[in-house]
Design a protein around this ligand. Structure first.
Ligand code: ZN
Length: 59
């Protein structure tokens, strides 16, 4: 039993994906007329994850 960290995104990123997906259909308690702070937070997390491509690992 070993942990593969490479292919799987961190839990926070997975949760962020759920938040975005959730808001496609529903609203949460924090949703307002100007949008939702949870979506903003989730997008930041996802963007940070995408920008985090490993440049160092060259072959
Ligand atoms: Zn919301």
């Amino acid at each position: 039993m070993h942990v593969e960290r490479r292919s799987e995104p961190p839990f926070s990123v997975i949760m962020a994906g759920y938040v975005i997906d959730f808001h496609h259909r529903n609203v949460c308690t924090k949703c307002g007329d100007d949008g939702c702070p949870r979506i903003v937070e989730a997008r930041k997390t996802l963007e940070a994850w995408r920008d985090r491509k490993p440049r160092r690992e060259g072959r």
